[in-house]
Write a protein that binds this ligand. Structure first.
Ligand code: BGC
Ligand code: ZN
Length: 368
């Protein structure tokens, strides 16, 4: 088989490799293996950073790592003890595998306290940018056929699902929390998907992005009944005065100094969700007394979130279905940059972050 591989920690090592051994169904014990033919794989900043040599690790015994953690595929074979899938079913694999902490033991490896984690296409486990893979049935999620055109968006959606579910979970402390207004910082893939999920929860959503409207992403945001504000025209404080107070804020810009600005405008009893994986080492000076005072007197919460558990994958499927039914065709518009064929997969890495790119993905095999 072919695969897009990197040599982790070696900058710009991505290449298409041949002679990858075909995965065997009985590699999974207990007859619970599922063989999946890969259809589409999305890429994001994580893949770019792994290819830049910033992080990532190969599986034990390998010198290369197969990239790709945003998978979408079709089942071609199942082990004798698999009841939940049959050939022809569409599936997405959960990214993180269980480790050894108590959180892993209860099905939430996304909260692991282990010192390292096992993630497909990122750390210690091969990813999906190959022809097929075998996974334990317990780590696959069924995608209804009606969602097959947008199934590749599930994994980034789960990151948003987890962050928003955590916000609601935390706010149970308030007994009667009824969030009305939300702010999303960042109008990229994660910001757009956060806007969908928050609109589905009935919130008034203001999205802050850098670019001046109107442009493709601001049109997409307005099509959901949300509003777009360019930070070139209004800072967060002015935006909050006009459209807040914000009960929930979701940070997805990748620009960490904005976190402190967001802290300064979060509403009383509000929750600020941080989702940007910022690999750099930027430092900034902040108005620490004022930020601290606002948090203390306003009973505010800030929470970091990474990865997602099975529950978030399942709520992600439901929200994708709701979004398709409510705004037909909207999700498909996020799939801006298809790259056809594994042999062209290195080109997908170059397309990441180019103007106009929302979701870059490799169409490994055409949808059946
Ligand atoms: C992935 C997450 C993962 C995180 C950290 C993100 O790009 O979507 O599933 O946990 O990177 O590795
Ligand atoms: Zn990702």
């Amino acid at each position: 088989m072919k695969a897009l591989v990197v040599t982790p920690r070696v900058p710009h090592s991505a290449c298409v490799r041949d002679n990858i051994p075909e995965p065997m169904l009985d590699a999974v014990p207990g007859g619970r293996g599922v063989k999946v033919q890969v259809l589409r794989v999305g890429l994001d900043g994580t893949d770019k950073e792994i290819n830049a040599g910033e992080y990532g690790a190969p599986p034990p015994g390998f010198e290369y790592l197969i990239l790709g953690h945003e998978g979408f595929g079709v089942v071609t074979d199942v082990g004798p003890n698999v009841t939940e899938f049959a050939p022809g079913d569409y599936v997405v694999a959960i990214v993180r595998q269980p480790g050894t902490s108590a959180y892993d033991a209860i099905g939430t490896p996304d909260f692991t306290t282990d010192s390292s984690y096992h993630e497909h296409g990122i750390n210690l486990v091969h990813g999906f940018l190959t022809e097929s893979y075998v996974e334990d049935a317990g780590r696959l999620v069924l995608i209804p056929g009606g969602l097959r055109d947008v199934g590749v968006l599930l994994e980034p959606t789960t990151v948003v699902e987890k962050g928003i579910a955590q916000a609601f979970e935390i706010q149970r402390r308030l007994k009667i929390w009824q969030p009305r207004r939300a702010a999303v910082l960042g109008a990229g893939t994660i910001g757009l998907l956060a806007t969908v999920v928050l609109r589905l929860r009935g919130l008034d959503v203001t999205v802050f992005g850098r670019d001046l409207p109107p442009y493709f992403n601001s049109d997409l945001i307005e099509a959901l009944g949300a509003r777009y504000v360019s930070t070139q025209e209004s800072d967060l404080a002015a935006g909050a005065r006009a459209h807040g107070p914000f009960d929930l804020m979701f940070e997805a810009t990748g620009f960490s100094p904005l976190v402190f600005e967001a802290m300064g405008v979060l509403g009383k009893n509000g929750v600020l969700v941080l989702s940007s994986v910022t690999g750099g080492n930027r430092t900034v000076e902040v108005p620490s007394d004022a930020l601290n005072l606002g948090f203390v007197l306003g009973n505010k919460v800030m929470v970091g979130t990474v990865n997602a558990s099975r529950a978030d994958f399942e709520s992600g499927v439901r929200d994708l279905a709701m979004a398709q039914a409510r705004w037909p065709g909207w999700l498909g518009q996020l799939l801006t940059h298809p790259v056809h064929g594994l042999e062209n997969a290195p080109k997908a890495l170059e397309l990441l972050g180019t103007p106009g790119a929302i979701k870059v993905f490799v169409e490994v095999n055409p949808l059946p």
